[in-house]
Design a protein around this ligand. Sequence first.
Ligand SMILES: Nc1ncnc2c1ncn2[C@@H]1O[C@H](COP(=O)(O)OP(=O)(O)OP(=O)(O)O)[C@@H](O)[C@H]1O
Ligand SMILES: [Mg+2]
Length: 286
Amino acid sequence: MFVVMITSYASLELAVKATHDGAVDFIPKPFTPLELKSSLETIAKQIYLKRMARDMKQEGKQIRFQFLSVLSHELKAPLNAVEGYLNMIKDRQLGSNLSDYDELVDRSLKRLTGMRNLIFDLLDLTKIESGKPSQKSENTDLVTITRNAIDTMMPFAIQKEVEISLNSPEKVEKFLDPEEMEIILNNLISNAIKYNRQKGTVDIDIRVAKAKTTIIVEDSGIGISQEDKAKLFKDFSRIKNPKTRNISGSGLGLSIVKKIVELNNGTIKVESEPDKGTVFTVTLPV
Ligand SMILES: Nc1ncnc2c1ncn2[C@@H]1O[C@H](COP(=O)(O)OP(=O)(O)OP(=O)(O)O)[C@@H](O)[C@H]1O
Ligand SMILES: [Mg+2]
């Protein structure tokens, strides 16, 4: 409820007291229609602001709750799996032949790698959300960072026989945070390999225009359907279908990329055709 005081005993003390007692506005008599209207507008604005603050508060809590429950699930699942495998080994459930346990050890290692990647993603996320954004900007060569990201991902590309090409000027030096740029490129290139087909291609383009720098990562992979596109860029969002079933990940990569891009006042967009490929385009203002 919002109270407006309309009175003919207009004095400053009274106005102060009315406000103190909870009135949102104070209209001394006689008042013109315009004064009344302006007062009502003030009230409407206050109601609106109060509602918005309440909604945002609720929403913030809910998102946090959702985040934590997904996170604990994602951390618990590999722990349970590894614990289960270790117990099977401890009880010698597969007999006395050591090599029969290789599969269990491999599966455990795979789950632990996934868990470590998730923790690294979380570290990136907390860094972005707690630290002041882009504080460590310096003269950064995007081409070197891209080459390093390609080198890092090369073992996975070789495994999948994916050919990676880079098309860029010799150097693209911009005033940016190198760690943030590394995160963007690592994630986009890692996805382009992970969600590619055997013997596919990844083409990376870095273009420089007067007011902006554009990074394009194009792959020849499984693609993303129109309706799944809407799910991208959210925390823990993974697209579940038969084509992605055997590919592991935490679903944090793209949400981190988007946060960094936005901290830098840039944009990210995606174009994709299922079974043809996907193009991610990041544009950063200069
Ligand atoms: N290049 C791509 N082609 C097809 N699908 C993609 C591509 N990049 C991302 N996706 C889809 O978007 C989802 C979210 O990607 P994201 O990078 O955020 O998470 P992830 O790769 O599953 O895990 P990680 O946190 O390890 O990166 C993926 O699970 C995948 O389904
Ligand atoms: Mg990813």
